[in-house]
Design a protein around this ligand. Sequence first.
Ligand code: MRU
Length: 356
Amino acid sequence: MDDIKKVTHIDNVRLSDDGKSVIIIDQTKLPTELEYIYLKTPEDIFEAIFQLKIRGAPAIGICAGYGIYVLALQIEATDYDGFFAEFHRLKEYLNSSRPTAVNLSWALNRMEGIVTANSDKPIPEILALLEKECKAIHEEDIQMCRAISEYGLSLLKDGDGVLTHCNAGPLATSRYGTGQGPFLLGREKGMNFKVFADETRPLLQGARLTSFELQRAGVDVTLICDNMASIVMKNGWVQACMVGCDRVAANGDAANKIGTSGVAILAKHYGIPFYVLGPTSTIDMNCPTGDDIKIEERDPNEIKTKWYEKPMALDEVKCYNPAFDVTDNSLITAIITEKGICRAPYTESLAALFKD
Ligand code: MRU
């Protein structure tokens, strides 16, 4: 039980006590080193997000919220117009660090909304409101993850085998996480699931982060390579798939880590329910379908050299390295949010979440 508390109480991102830096766990060092780093400059924050030192859609949003507050404190302008112009420039810069996870722009827009709604107030007062807002974004995520985990848990039976892809646990979010939240919460309640964690090529979030978190929490986790998902399903070892999401379109198409759509296609073939778990901050009602989601493409060396002592392909070999793919809504059994469980037709069930 002690171990569970540790994993679900990790502060993967927070504001420093003096409020002048964002402190994050450098996730690129896990699972072998637990190193906290301080982000103070625009470049520190941009690079931490771009290089995946902090990653996972909700955690990126929380980091950006704290980050823009830390940068706002450094703005030297004395009048509102000068302050807003610099705030907006910094916001756009941070927003360009990663394109797919909507939580980044969602959190930054929320912070900018505080500035524009209070243009009549003195700058120190605006800064105090910004501090309150970035802390609220974090606090709300903690509550949302807990609620999502409860709803997700209601879909599982004690002893079930569950397959997950990438990392949507405490490191990617706050406390319990989303896609892995039901396993952690279930364990805390004395339930035992058999979790299969895809290693998640090419950046190995499943191996480095998910299996680390679940193992530490005392969950029965088995690490598999991505191309082993079919055999564990065929063997009858998987009763459900649960994954996180980076942007859900208004029609329920869901972008998540590359390889997720393949898992969903396999799940359909074997008649296994496929669940997407995420907060409403990851649902983009301004994005009609998955075709409208911009997919991040990353450095080919993440495939060829990053994890190896020697290159695994000739330097001149072409590589295609999309970081995300989109799972068609027809493959998704349900989308689990903090407000409840949505089922098809998603255009209706997702819209209902935003009614009031
Ligand atoms: O590139 P990453 O590691 O940021 O991708 C993360 C994922 O795809 C997660 O599954 C998603 O952000 C959900 S996190 C709750």
